[in-house]
Design a protein around this ligand. Structure first.
Ligand code: B1M
Length: 215
């Protein structure tokens, strides 16, 4: 198999043995983010399909996730970083009840490498903690991630709560279960400032939106 195929298969199999050697070989041909976005995420897609159709059990999904995290951690130091003044502050969290954090952490890495300060609160964060952190650090935006269908409902409730508190801070929403339509119809209507609620399909769109917010 080619190095590209091996990397995808390593994510599917949750196989870390020799992972770094394959990543090093791939780095000779591709920039680190391309390795993540193509070969590694292709593997996660397969894992999602196998799990969704009952052909893969949860402990193996966890192993795949750990392999993905190890790969991202290995590649991180090889990524290009923008030097200079801090461009803005984002408070970032996976919402209450949700443990998925690979996508959220990619958003953190990409924004941090592009000059933003990211206050990454971690997983299962209730809205109180998110709002508190945003106030404490003077955030320019709040980013919420969530992969479960349940989490999309939580995001909407969070926006309702923020509206009750009279907040007007811009919000980025992302995660596999979200759709642009749900964000633009339901989530926007829940917030006092609909035009400040944004859907980010992927981490790069998150960066683009942050640049727009700070412009
Ligand atoms: Co879970 N899981 N999982 N899981 N898991 C999904 C999400 C699922 C779709 C799998 C499936 O059934 N096919 C399904 C959800 C179904 C639903 O809600 N309808 C599911 C389920 C059911 C569950 C459990 C309930 C299983 C159980 O316990 N019976 C459980 C939930 C626990 C909980 O949260 N309370 C569970 C647990 C787990 C593991 C712990 C084993 C593991 C997570 C490990 C971890 O994250 N540390 C896991 C994994 C790995 C997955 C899949 C296979 C892969 C997720 C992933 O990391 N993708 C996933 C399948 C899928 O998503 N189709 C699945 C790669 C990642 C880069 O993508 O996070 O979408 P993603 O991020 C993207 C964009 O969405 C975007 O940028 C990234 C790309 O650049 N993005 C943002 C994300 N957040 C953003 C925020 C932004 C901007 C962009 O700004 C703020």
């Amino acid at each position: 198999a080619t190095v590209e195929e091996r990397l995808t298969q390593r994510i599917v199999d949750g196989d870390k043995q020799g992972l770094e050697d394959d990543l090093k070989a791939a780095l000779e041909q591709y920039p680190p983010l391309e390795i993540i976005n193509t070969f590694l995420l292709d593997g996660m897609k397969v894992v999602g399909e196998l799990f969704g159709s009952g052909q893969m059990q949860l402990p193996f999904v966890l192993q795949s996730a750990e392999t993905m995290k190890a790969a991202v951690a290995f590649l991180e130091p090889f990524m290009e970083k923008v030097e200079g003044e801090e461009k803005g502050i984002l408070v970032l969290a996976t919402v209450k009840g949700d443990v998925h954090d690979i996508g959220k952490n990619l958003v953190d890495i990409i924004l941090t490498n592009n000059g933003y300060k990211v206050v990454n609160l971690g997983i299962k964060q209730p809205i109180d903690s998110i709002v508190q952190a945003a106030c404490d650090c003077g955030a320019h935006a709040i980013g919420m991630s969530g992969l479960l269908v349940k989490s999309t409902v939580i995001m909407k409730e969070n926006l309702e709560e923020m509206r009750r508190r009279g907040l007007d801070i811009p919000v980025l929403l992302g995660g596999a279960a979200l759709t642009r339509r749900f964000v633009e119809n339901d989530c926007r209507a829940a917030y006092g400032h609909p035009e400040r609620v944004h859907y980010a399909k992927d981490a790069f769109e998150g960066l683009k939106l942050m640049e727009q917010i700070m412009a």
